[in-house]
Design a protein around this ligand. Structure first.
Ligand code: ACO
Length: 322
């Protein structure tokens, strides 16, 4: 039987760091409010000419190096993003071109903050069914382009960046299970109202930016993440105490703490990057994973739980032997 396993990780953050204090001159807010309500201290913001595919490429190269493979080994590219460079071609194709890879399937996955879980789920299924043997799975976002910098309820929450993994065929798991879910009835609680088919119009600019009912999203996120953790644990016949690390989507430290509490995991076993990166949407899990792998916290053989919740609503999880 063929499984998939993570062979290497990579991350990329833009050079420019924006602190909470900088927002104090833009909107009515304070460093104290942002830290207390979200846990965020700073975030990285892409340069004017820096795109999602640029960041994805940098993260992908690092993951390829860490995995000890070459670009010619890569036979699938799945890139999770809601902020692609262009309407088409996909950002995955742009990364493929920069890596000088030809022929393999390359496509974007659009599932907001759960995008990386969806991309991992898809790539795992490709590998388990023999459709690929070495996949690049990337999450990359440039949310600074869809932020309303006058809306204090959302502008302080997001950051830019990219994370990537190389997922390889293996005799041993690897990915034990991945779970992807959605419920579109909540679409208007967290959305960018304008898109291509509704007639993108910069004059109606406020509709081109993120709009969120933060409180309602918060409540739904906490309840749903608890349920998906239970589903993943029960589905694999393990116990909470078997999990070595929770690597959650990084939206809000209070949401992360609530998820850890439900799992009875001390915060020392939870990878937190929201303080430094803010919410980088589909990039947040692979970025957090890369940070904890590179600083030596996450070691080979340990059991990891990924979980995410985002616009759609979408949500998902994965149980992974690193
Ligand atoms: N600075 C100061 N005050 C603020 C700010 C700010 N940056 N933002 C909001 N406030 C004010 C509000 O106006 C409100 O004031 P009022 O009481 O006078 O009306 C007050 O603070 C409380 O607002 P709430 O929205 O109730 O604050 P809350 O504690 O819920 O925190 C937050 C807001 C941080 C947005 C939280 O609700 C949250 O994290 N929600 C979930 C976000 C999330 O998980 N998103 C999913 C992923 S994102 C994706 O998929 C794209």
């Amino acid at each position: 039987m063929t499984f998939s396993r993570i062979a290497g990780t990579g991350g990329y953050l833009p050079e420019r760091v924006m602190t909470n204090e900088e927002f104090e001159s833009l909107v009515e807010t304070s460093d104290e409010w942002i830290r207390e309500r979200t846990g965020i201290k700073r975030r990285h913001v892409a340069a004017e000419d820096e795109t999602t595919s640029d960041m994805a490429l940098a993260a992908a190269r690092r993951a390829i190096d860490a995995a000890g493979v070459t670009t010619s080994d890569v036979d699938l590219i799945v890139l999770a993003t809601t902020t692609p460079d262009k309407v088409f071609p996909s950002s995955a194709c742009l990364v493929q071109r920069q890596l000088d890879i030809h022929d393999c399937p390359a496509f974007d996955v659009h599932a907001a903050c759960s995008g990386f879980i969806y991309a991992l789920d898809i790539a795992d299924r490709f590998i388990r069914t023999g459709g690929a043997a070495c996949a690049l799975v990337i999450g990359a976002e440039t949310y600074s382009r869809i932020i309303d910098w006058n809306d204090r309820g959302t502008c302080v929450l997001f950051g830019d960046g990219a994370g990537a993994i190389v997922l390889q065929a293996s005799d041993e798991p690897g990915i034990y299970s991945a779970h992807s879910h959605a419920d579109g009835q909540f679409a208007e609680l967290l959305h960018v109202p304008q898109g291509i088919s509704t007639g993108y119009d910069v004059v109606r600019a406020e509709a081109a930016f993120i709009q969120m009912k933060g409180n309602e999203v918060f409540r739904k996120a906490v309840g749903t993440l608890g349920a998906i953790a239970r589903e993943t644990i029960a589905g694999n016949g393990i116990e909470k105490k078997d999990i070595n690390w929770l690597v959650p989507h990084q939206a809000n430290l209070r949401i992360i703490k609530a998820a850890a509490k439900k799992l009875e995991l001390p915060m020392e076993r939870v990878v937190v990057t929201v303080d430094e990166h803010a919410n980088t949407s589909s990039a947040s899990i692979p970025l957090a994973l890369d940070v904890a792998v590179r600083d030596g916290r996450i070691k080979r053989g340990e059991l990891l739980l990924f979980e995410a919740f985002g616009a759609g609503f979408t949500w998902g999880s994965a149980l992974v032997r690193y």
